[in-house]
Ligand binder design. Structure first.
Ligand SMILES: Nc1ncnc2c1ncn2[C@@H]1O[C@H](COP(=O)(O)OP(=O)(O)OP(=O)(O)O)[C@@H](O)[C@H]1O
Length: 291
């Protein structure tokens, strides 16, 4: 979707530098995508990345002043984050910044401590993952995201286990989206390649046709030549109307693709802006994108 209605206010960033992300963000440079950011292409001085983390308009996902963690251990402090209907939002930041914890908190898998977690106008904190799925959120975790002993088709069926019967038309849609899964439908998921397993995991999360898809490092573990293909598939999922909230170590490529990005540091918001603005911001590049 267009980022026009998802505009974050530009303000001058004035935070102290932190350690550079040692994630393999350079992988993004190996993809066929443009090497330079749009801001750099213009030859104009790039806009400074914004530090306003909320949208003016409606958002389907709305986090406000969110504190969360694991047991007594607080990881997230005062997180603000929005995803508009149909928007593609990426969270980047150093290792341990709390990116996955944000996703898991939305999906009810952490200890909620304080703040707002709203989806489509309703508070969802305190709901179990099964209820959150019913609300219209799909989640693809980074690890253990398929049932290895089940076939591809059985894995997809598991994505619709809350329904009384298997939605055959939806399974066909998933096969149309990922044709290799139709070919391998009887194969045990544990015997698939990493890229194919990731397709099964995404297919399962799409079985109930969610309004919002949470993707935790979908390119992790993929060979470099498969990374661009995975990002293309995510683009197409988003183009078909599903909002995407994605955590990615492959930060440059993720920011090139998304509408807006959030930079998290130490469990707190640092920058929020359109992906191309974050890519064009000298401090963001130096501190979080490996220069
Ligand atoms: N189940 C857990 N129990 C206790 N602490 C946890 C748990 N999961 C994560 N943490 C801690 O929470 C902090 C944030 O972890 P999180 O995985 O959200 O970071 P991240 O930004 O996604 O990092 P990475 O880029 O390395 O995946 C880390 O200090 C981590 O050790």
């Amino acid at each position: 979707m267009s980022a026009d209605e998802a505009e974050a206010t530009d303000e001058t960033a004035g935070d102290d530098p932190v350690d550079a992300d040692d994630s393999p963000s350079a992988e993004g440079d190996e993809t066929p995508a443009a090497d330079e950011t749009p801001a750099a292409d213009t030859g104009e001085t790039p806009a400074a990345a914004g530090t306003t983390h909320t949208l003016d308009g409606d958002a389907i996902l709305r986090l406000r002043d969110l504190d969360a963690g694991y047991g007594d251990l607080q990881i997230l402090s005062d997180i603000d984050l929005d995803v508009a209907d149909g928007e593609y939002v990426t969270i980047v930041g150093p290792n341990g910044a709390g990116k996955s914890t944000v996703m898991k908190t939305v999906f009810g898998l952490t200890t909620y401590m304080d703040g707002v977690v709203e989806f489509e106008g309703e508070s969802i904190h305190g709901l179990a993952p099964e209820q959150i799925i019913r609300e219209g959120i799909g989640f693809v975790p980074q690890n253990d995201n398929v049932f290895p002993g089940l076939s591809v088709r059985e894995n997809l069926e598991m994505g619709a286990y809350i329904l009384d019967s298997v939605p055959e038309d939806q399974i066909e849609e998933i096969y149309d989206r990922f044709p290799i899964l139709r070919e391998r439908k009887e194969q045990k998921a544990g015997t698939l390649s990493g890229g194919q397993r990731q397709m099964v995991a995404m297919g399962r999360a799409l079985m109930l046709d969610p309004d919002l898809l949470l993707l935790d490092e979908p390119s992790a573990g993929l060979a470099p030549d498969l990374v661009a293909d995975m990002f293309d598939r995510i683009d197409r999922i988003n183009d078909s109307g599903t909002a995407v909230l994605m955590v990615e170590q492959n930060a440059k490529e993720a920011l090139r693709r998304c509408d807006r990005g959030y930079v998290l540091v130490n469990g707190e918001n640092r920058y929020t802006d359109r992906g191309e603005v974050l890519l064009g911001d000298e401090d963001v590049r130096k501190d979080f994108l490996g220069g």
